[in-house]
Design a protein around this ligand. Structure first.
Ligand SMILES: [Cu+2]
Length: 94
């Protein structure tokens, strides 16, 4: 049964590709100045095709966005917040 390790290696490799499908961008949204602002920012982010989840924290002034890199980009995310009145910059992408 020589082929089984090859099969397992193949499965592990394809699982790795699936995990890499989604990325997480952290955006700095400095202009938020009240508790309603994060809701506006979150709604703007959730409207972007390819965004899976968006969490916006008022205290840290950060948005953490999970997205599909095949459908959108960190640049499109910052554009969406800017269009909603909140310019942002990309802190990190994982
Ligand atoms: Cu506000």
């Amino acid at each position: 049964m020589k082929f089984i390790p090859v099969l397992i290696a193949g499965l592990v490799a394809s699982a790795g590709v699936m995990a890499a499908g989604s990325r997480t961008a952290t955006l700095d949204v400095t202009k938020m100045d009240c508790a309603v602002c994060p809701i506006t920012v979150r709604k703007a982010l959730e409207k972007v095709p390819g965004v899976e989840t968006a969490k916006v924290d008022f205290k840290t002034k950060r948005a953490v966005v999970a997205f599909d890199p095949a459908k959108t980009s960190p640049e499109a995310l910052t554009r969406a917040t800017a269009d909603a009145g909140f310019p942002s910059s990309v802190g990190s992408v994982k």
